[in-house]
Ligand binder design. Sequence first.
Ligand code: B3K
Ligand code: ZN
Length: 857
Amino acid sequence: MVIRREDYRPPAWLVPEVRLDFDLDAAATRVRARLSVTRNGADGEPLRLDGAGQVPLSVTVDGVAIDDWRLEGEQLVVPLAGAAHVVETEVEIAPDHNTQLMGLYASGGILCTQCEAEGFRRITYFPDRPDVLSRYTVRMTADAARYPVLLANGDPGATGTLDDGRPGIRHWAEWHDPFPKPSYLFALVAGDLAVNRGSFTTRSGRAVELGIWVREADLARTDHALDALKTSMAWDERVYGREYDLDVFNIVAVDDFNFGAMENKGLNIFNSRYILADPDTATDYDYDGIAAVVAHEYFHNWSGNRITCRDWFQLSLKEGFTVYRDQGFSADQGSAAVKRIEDVRTLRAAQFPEDAGPLAHPVRPDAYQEISNFYTATIYNKGAELIRMMATMLGPVAFRAGTDLYFDRFDGTAATCEDFVACLEEASGVDLTQFRRWYGQAGTPRVSASLSHGAGGGRATLRLAQRVPATPGQPDKQPMVLPLRLRLFGAETGRPLTDEQLVLLDQPAATIVFEAVTERPVLSINRGFSAPVIVESDRSAADLAFLSAHDDDPFARYEAMQQLMLDTLVAGAIEGSADYDAVIDAVANTLDDPDLDAAFVAEAVMLPSEAFVGDQLAVVDPDAIFRAREALRGDLARRLEARWRLAYDRAPAVPYVYSPDQKGRRRLRNVALGYLAASGAGDAAALAFAQFGAADNMTDRQAALTTLVNGDAPERDVALAAFHDRYAGNGLVLDKWFQAQALSARDDTTDRVAALATHPAFTLANPNRARSLIGAFGANQRAFHRADGAGYRFLADQLIALDRLNPQTAAKLLPPLGRWRRFDAGRAALMRAELARIVAVPGLSRDLFEQASKSLE
Ligand code: B3K
Ligand code: ZN
């Protein structure tokens, strides 16, 4: 069934108050729900409550059992006259049979919930839609030994023990959340948990008790998350004027979780990989990710919880804005330039391909079959870019005035993307009428930029044109508003010739004239990646090399280097060889520049991914791309070997501290190690193996392992075995072991991955483990796209098996198979055959069916 945005109707009944009573047990949990309902629509409309899988054991209205209820599909329909009633239902559910990890489920002995988007209906009958906001009171009763800790949303209330004649001691706890919220923000947790406590005093003096709840054995790895939480709380007060509003804020980490984390009001539930860290088991990248996700979920308290979404088509209202907010937070913790580089890389790796493929959809979609499929890079990351563009156009002061207005006006409501844009517009006076097209039109705009310079007159002319490609269901596009930050530099002197200006390209084409340009200008455009577009310019290799050395915008400097590398790799992939000199000189210059910090250098000297090179080609040839990239990599490695050694030695391993400076040094050192291995230097494997053994932290150990896993030195198997044995008890680190092998550049990776799927430690039941092998493999361009189709067959087999357990996670891993249009006829046919095989599976989930069938179209 297709759900359409245009069909939105306000709910017929509201539920201002709800009381839930849980008798918790892993095998059979009883849920009694008491809903105070008030009519919101026309007389005669019955009350419709969503359910999924359960049957009502009893239904009462105003205390009297009724029998005129009926089931329509999974909905419980209760005929009601009048304006207000109390409706009570009782159901029984089985958390330990819940492999979908939606609703109430068990993870390693902990009972926990995940309700967004439509999981609450798997717990109890309810109008499970985000525009029904209720005050919740929750009572949980459970075995005191097995579930000593009982948590829910809001603030804690009464507790007690009871002697009801059942074996063991049972206890109960009540929680009350004074803030009306939609059902998707409901949460409870019951388990044997230890807590790392902290406190935060808000700027108005409210004392908040913080708690990070984990298994006792993991307690020592929770300090970083707790620090990140406190830093986030202070940041949101300072930057957005947002203060926390309850007396407690709890976070629980569980091992089985479908995505990163969930912003349930006052009780965030996290995938343990975004909480647990110590130097021995987590990389710098993991530390960054933890801080970003802790901040993201915390920021949702305002952008998502205090103001939620009217319907799921508005998902980017909370997700795009909250990603923008967490990006700003992370940028403030270290190098803003490097953070921007990382965010743009993510956008290009995940969102651009989505926008160019069969699953392309606007930031505010028009229709869906399964909402879980729309938690995408487009909603999240492109959504954040839309906010960023508006912030750029308004400037910081007006943007903040706009967000203040939004938070003030819509607090306590379920709002729309339009509401948000209208607030920015009203507070700033900037007309965003045409900008709104960004919400409705899918596809990545392409901008062509051509700069000419009249010989004598000193006049430079910049010709810009935009084109938005057709996407499924949207053949014709209107021109967008593209905010392009640009500046000209003098090719001879290296000096800026103009100030930076913000050009709003809102027509199909525009010409910009610069007077009195006294030397040949070089164009720096889309600085800071001010618009999420693809720029096609006619800049020469020499001009790109020039910008990579002279641009004063660090992102533009990085971008020039990337473009230079990309052009070289594309030429190499198409022609079989290319001139590497410009890249080699530019990389040497960057390595030699004493003014650049290590983190930036590391980013700048890394080659674009194989996938990104493929995105530039009319027909992707994974083998040719791999060869071209290895050739350039090898040449860079050999011709600059002395410099890589210097870079490696200049950043000696020191006792681990997670700080921006040390992180950057480790990154550069490990990039240098990778190049040394690519140079074929006789000592490279020994160097990597020595680093693997001596490292006092996971960043260096994993980098060394990755280097070895990509090669065939004898140290490879020794390191893999040692790593496995050392971390056999740590699931999150074992994920790294699987992932390193799934991403390996070796020829035999496809077969090895298939063998790893039968390893005793591999399981599809844990989403992190499934992603570490199958998800990583789908991203391995050469191994996945092996010409005989073995990679496609493997992925399809795994997805079909995973779909029976966990449709949501299976559907997330499908997109690599849907890119068949980008490949040669042979591969395309093999990919389509696997998609067709998936679609034909009897009893396939709606999740996987939607993704696979759309991918076939
Ligand atoms: N809002 C959740 C994501 C829920 C995904 C449901 N399929 C986490 C987040 O974005 O913060
Ligand atoms: Zn979010």
